[in-house]
Design a protein around this ligand. Structure first.
Ligand SMILES: [Zn+2]
Ligand SMILES: [Zn+2]
Length: 272
């Protein structure tokens, strides 16, 4: 769920979005003057993460606008960084592959003392909002006359197509769009695992299909209450003892492998 956050919590969320970026980071902040904590957050990022910093180009009304000298020097010392100046920039938001924070806060130490409010979005859960923000940034801000980034450079910073899988026993969404369940089920022919474990009784007499992780006997027991978040005991893929549920039937390791396999099949299908 998108969440309203303010003041210190907002500042913390922005710092975490920066330091936890694994794949890409977009910082959109008209004014930038980094303090030590913000520098630390940037220093945490793995070198291969593409970091795009968008700030306001100075104009006649405000000579001091944009990015401070010290911050510019600091950014230049980081690998894979792209600095983009944009005229008339007033929007402020921060985005990595998992979270988007839209905020009134600039990336400056003085904003610590201000009243600030923002919204934190989990990209996977609210894909449409995340997509709205990234489309606005790429198409309306960066690809406009006001931005100083060339089309060539722009191509390099646009993240490759993301894959976000969201499934439960009723529906499956890939990148926010519902997918036909028959088609989705057919992907499982190409998964490494053929037989699944019942997440309640560990029976191995069922197919591997995370949308139906109970054996017929346990399923009919479950149907009396139909609580999809009820705690079960095993992972549907490896059988390991761990807390699972109908809505979340895989252990963390299996979940990673499963998403990888589904992404592969989905991309194959999308190419056709
Ligand atoms: Zn069972
Ligand atoms: Zn497992």
């Amino acid at each position: 769920m998108a969440e309203i956050i303010t003041d210190r919590e907002l500042r913390h969320s922005i710092e975490t979005t920066i330091s936890h970026s694994q794949y890409f980071l977009f910082v959109v902040s008209p004014y930038i003057d980094l303090d030590e904590d913000l520098k630390k957050a940037f220093s945490h990022i793995k070198p291969d993460v593409v970091k795009t910093i968008v700030y306001r180009e100075s104009d006649n009304s405000n000579i001091n606008s944009g990015i401070s000298k010290d911050s510019r020097l600091f950014f230049k010392s980081l690998p894979n960084i792209e600095l983009v100046a944009v005229k008339n920039l007033h929007a402020k938001f921060f985005m990595n592959e998992s979270y988007t924070v839209i905020s009134t806060m600039n990336l400056t130490s003085s904003s610590n003392h201000n009243y600030e409010i923002g919204v934190e979005i989990e990209n996977e859960k609210e894909y449409e909002m995340f997509k709205g923000c990234s489309d606005y940034l790429i198409h309306d801000i960066l690809d406009s006359e006001d931005s100083d980034i060339s089309k060539e450079r722009l191509k390099n910073i646009i993240p490759k197509q993301l894959f976000v899988l969201d499934y439960n026993s009723y529906e499956v969404k890939i990148n926010g769009t519902p997918i036909d369940l028959k088609k989705f089920e057919s992907f499982h022919k190409y998964c490494n695992t053929k037989h699944g474990y019942c997440i309640r009784c560990e029976s191995t007499k069922i197919d591997f299909y995370p949308n139906r992780p109970l054996c017929p006997k346990c399923f009919s027991e479950w149907s009396k209450y139909k609580n999809s978040n009820y705690d079960e005991k095993h992972c549907h893929r490896c059988g390991r003892e761990t807390t699972t549920s109908i809505n979340d039937p895989l252990c963390t390791d299996c979940s990673d492998v499963y998403e990888f396999e589904i992404e592969r099949e989905w991309k194959k299908m999308s190419k056709k």
